[in-house]
Design a protein around this ligand. Structure first.
Ligand code: ATP
Length: 337
C-alpha cells in the first residue's frame, strides 16, 4: 500500500494516538514487541501512549507519552518495561467504562494489546462494547493461542527449559533416578512436548492426552522398564491432576522400586533475554500491528503461519482448539528406546 493510501485510510479512521499495553503473564520478547509497535507507529506519524500495568493502567489512568527513545536499548531485555498485571476491575462493565473514559481523555484512538488468551478475551469484549480499534499480539510462553504457529516468548521459554533439563540429566544419570520435571503451559502441552523432544527426554505427560490414556502407566510399562538407568519425564503443569508432584506420589505407591524425584521449574521459565527467534517474531508482529491498524483492521490478533504474517480474529485466537501434533508424541517415544 502506498503512503498516500495509508494516510487516507488513517485520516478516515481518525486515528492519531495509539496506546500500547502488556497484560497477563509476562513473556520474554514483550519488550521487543513494545519497541517495534512504538517505532513503527512513530515512523507512520502516530503518537504513542504507554499504558502501565496492563488494563490496570487504563482503569486507574497510568498512561505516559512514549517517544522513540522510550524504547531504546530494550530489545534484549526480558520482562516488560510497561509492567504487567491482572486486573479484576477490567472484567466488570464499570471498570471497562472507567478504562474507556481514561483512554478518551488521554487522546488514545486505538490500542495494541500484548498478552495471552485472557488479555485478548478482554480486548475483544472492550472492542465490541466501545467500538475501539484493537489489535492484539500473542505474548505468552504457553503457545496456546489459535491461528499462530508460535507466540512471543515461547521459544525463549523452551530454550530455558532445555538448559535446565540438560543440567538435570547429569544428576539423574549419576543417581539412576526417575525425574519428573514440571513445566508451565497453562492447559496446553506445547512447552512440555517440545522440550521433551529438545532434551531427548523419555516422555512428555500433557493435558491433551489426559482423558485418553494413563500416561504414567504407559511410561512405566513400555518405556522406563528397559535397560535405561535414569529417565526424565517432562510434565505439563496441571492444577486438575496435581502435575509432577502427584505423579511422583503415585510412583512411590504403585512402583516403589523406582527412585522418583520432582523438579518444578516455575517462574524461571518466564525470565531471561529473549532468543533471536522471539526478538525477530516480536519485531515483525509489532510492525504488523501498526499496519493492521492503518488498514482499518480491528478485533484481530497478529499471527504467523508458515512464516507469513496473518490476521486472526480474536474469537478464533482464544478458542483453545489449537491441538498438539500427535506425531511429535510418537517421535518422543521412538527416539527414547
Ligand atoms: P497468560 O496466558 O500468560 O496467563 P493471559 O493474558 O491469559 O496471560 P489472564 O490473567 O488470563 O492472562 O488475563 C489478563 C487480564 O485480562 C485479566 O487480569 C483481566 O484484566 C483481562 N481479562 C481476562 N479475561 C477477561 C474477560 N473475560 N473480560 C474482561 N477482561 C478479561
Amino acid at each position: 500500500m502506498t503512503g498516500f493510501v495509508y494516510l487516507t485510510v488513517r485520516a478516515m479512521a481518525g486515528i492519531k494516538n495509539i496506546g500500547i499495553l502488556t497484560s497477563g503473564g509476562d513473556a520474554p520478547g514483550m519488550n521487543a514487541a513494545i519497541r517495534a509497535v512504538t517505532r513503527s507507529a512513530i515512523y507512520n506519524k502516530f503518537g504513542v501512549k504507554g499504558i502501565m500495568r496492563g488494563y490496570k493502567g487504563l482503569v486507574f489512568n497510568e498512561i505516559v507519552d512514549f517517544k522513540s527513545q522510550s524504547v531504546s536499548n530494550i530489545i534484549q531485555l526480558g520482562g516488560t518495561i510497561l509492567k504487567t498485571a491482572r486486573c479484576k476491575e477490567f472484567t466488570t462493565p464499570e471498570g471497562r467504562k472507567q478504562a474507556y473514559d481514561n483512554m478518551v481523555a488521554a487522546g488514545i484512538d486505538a490500542l495494541v494489546v500484548i498478552g495471552g488468551d485472557g488479555s485478548l478475551t478482554g480486548a475483544s469484549i472492550f472492542a465490541e462494547e466501545y467500538n475501539v480499534p484493537i489489535v492484539g499480539l500473542p505474548g505468552t510462553i504457553d503457545n496456546d493461542l489459535g491461528g499462530t504457529d508460535s507466540t512471543i516468548g515461547y521459544d525463549t521459554a523452551l530454550n530455558t527449559i532445555m538448559d535446565a533439563v540438560d543440567k538435570l540429566r547429569d544428576t539423574a544419570s549419576s543417581h539412576e533416578r526417575l525425574f519428573f520435571v514440571e513445566v508451565m503451559g497453562h492447559t496446553a502441552g506445547y512447552l512440555a512436548l517440545n522440550s521433551a523432544l529438545a532434551t531427548g527426554s523419555e516422555a512428555a505427560i500433557i493435558p491433551e492426552m489426559e482423558t485418553e490414556v494413563d500416561q504414567l502407566a504407559e511410561l512405566i510399562n513400555h518405556g522406563f522398564r528397559k535397560s535405561k538407568n535414569s529417565a526424565i519425564v517432562i510434565v505439563a503443569e496441571n492444577p486438575k491432576t496435581g502435575g509432577a508432584t502427584a505423579l511422583a506420589e503415585r510412583v512411590k505407591k504403585e512402583f516403589p522400586q523406582y527412585d522418583a524425584r520432582v523438579t518444578i521449574l516455575g517462574h524461571i521459565q518466564r525470565g531471561g533475554s529473549p532468543t533471536a527467534y522471539d526478538r525477530i517474531l516480536a519485531s515483525r508482529m509489532g510492525e504488523a500491528a501498526i499496519e493492521a491498524i492503518m488498514e482499518g483492521q480491528r478485533n484481530v490478533m497478529i499471527g504467523v503461519q508458515n512464516g507469513k504474517t496473518v490476521y486472526v480474529p480474536f474469537t478464533k485466537a482464544v478458542k483453545h482448539n489449537k491441538g498438539i501434533d500427535r506425531s511429535d508424541l510418537d517421535l518422543v517415544k521412538i527416539l527414547s528406546i
